[in-house]
Design a protein around this ligand. Structure first.
Ligand code: GDP
Length: 367
């Protein structure tokens, strides 16, 4: 029965079963003559974009659609989850359209991190992942830092054409769009007064000047994100609202650090040294001897070492070891979706662990 209804806003098929899915409307809304999905409802009444997620196939269809049009692609990534929030293959799908890469959540970075270095790293990493952005910038959608600048860049690069905002869930895409609405809509309340033509399936349209539009594409779920492995109630630990406080440790060979129960860092060889942990303040760091580390995890994942919560320990992916030899200078060992550990001196052997599927990478220190 549901299949017969489409949203008068965006044209999506209405469903009443999955509140976080695309096209959801509460049962009561389907009694009305004009049915509007919850996403459009929120946009219309509260000027607020709500995140919906969809399957990989649907997302590819949308990307394909974008590739057939001309416009600027704005790709949002979480700078603490660069690899985890990556959408592979975007370059291939979007054709010749320029891509502006926006790193979100810059407010969490400690002051000591040089933005230029981070941007440089993002460029290199993007290139390695097969993406050649026209530009890279940093913003805090939550606080508003850099938003005016991005709005300007968008205007410059879109050359009068449409803008498509893409990103996977949890990167802060909704927060970003909501900021942009305020930025581009300015004093006049464009959203509440405009109608959505409903021509483009699955895309939310925000009118810009000169007849072009900014489209919010639904966020895709990237199953490799650390965020998917923790309970919803613990997500706030992974998405801190405040600047991360670096924690310095003097370490000896054979010492292990657990970051909650989500990741592990073993200092193997290289003599006494110091490391700096840049991980969310609320995540407990537990230090132990390497020889005790495995049994500690077995006994205490879920209580002493959490998240994950006790009830989730069984389904939690196994921690997988990644070996690194720090060759030169200060080096960051980056746990996707969590943060990083800076090893201050070269010649050190590290084994870092993350849940199966979650990436660990190394980079030249940002500090
Ligand atoms: P979406 O799934 O990509 O639409 O992401 P949301 O906009 O729902 O944001 C995901 C989480 O990240 C929420 O807890 C937001 O509060 C948080 N968040 C979004 N943008 C920022 C930001 O710039 N800084 C910080 N610290 N948190 C942010």
């Amino acid at each position: 029965l549901e299949e017969q209804y489409v949203c008068i806003g965006c044209g999506v098929k209405i469903q009443t079963g999955d509140p976080s899915g695309l096209g959801y409307a509460p049962e009561s809304a389907t009694q009305k003559e004009d049915i509007i999905c919850q996403r459009c409802f929120r946009l219309k009444n509260y000027n607020e974009i709500q995140d919906v997620s969809l399957t990989d196939d649907d997302f590819l269809k949308i990307l394909h659609g974008i590739g057939e049009n001309k416009g600027l692609i704005v790709k949002i990534v979480d700078i603490f989850d660069f690899n985890g929030s990556w959408l592979p293959g975007i370059q291939r799908f979007v054709g010749n359209n320029p891509i502006l890469l926006v790193g979100n959540k810059v407010d969490i970075l400690p002051k000591s991190v040089k933005h230029q270095k981070l941007i440089h790293w993002m460029k290199r990493e993007a290139k390695e992942l097969g993406l050649q952005p026209i530009d890279v910038c940093l913003v805090s959608s939550a606080r508003g830092n850099g938003i005016a600048e991005v709005a300007e860049l968008i205007d410059q690069y879109r050359k009068g054409q449409d803008v498509y905002v893409v990103g996977c869930t949890n990167v802060g895409k909704s927060t970003f769009i909501n900021r942009m609405i305020k930025e581009v809509a300015g004093v006049q309340d464009l959203i509440t007064t405009s109608h959505y033509p409903g021509t483009t399936l699955d895309l939310i349209e925000i009118p810009l000047e000169n007849g072009a539009s900014l489209y919010d594409t639904p966020g895709i779920i990237n199953h490799h994100q650390m965020a998917h492995f923790v309970d919803k109630r613990d997500l706030k630990i992974l998405t801190p609202k405040k600047e991360i406080k670096p924690k310095v440790f003097q370490v000896n060979e054979g010492q292990t650090f657990y970051f909650g129960g989500l990741a592990r860092f073993d200092y193997m060889t290289g003599g006494k040294t110091s490391i700096v942990c840049y991980i969310p303040n609320e995540l407990t760091i537990h230090r132990t001897k390497q020889e005790n580390a495995d049994s500690l995890y077995e006994r205490h994942a879920g209580d002493l070492l959490q998240p994950p919560r006790m009830e989730d320990v069984e389904g939690f992916p196994k921690l997988i070891a990644h070996e690194f030899m720090v060759k030169e200078g200060k080096t960051d060992i980056v746990f996707s979706g969590l943060g990083w550990v800076t090893v201050n001196e070269p010649g050190k052997k590290i084994v870092a662990y993350a849940p199966k599927g979650v990436n660990i990478t190394v980079r030249k220190s940002l500090i």
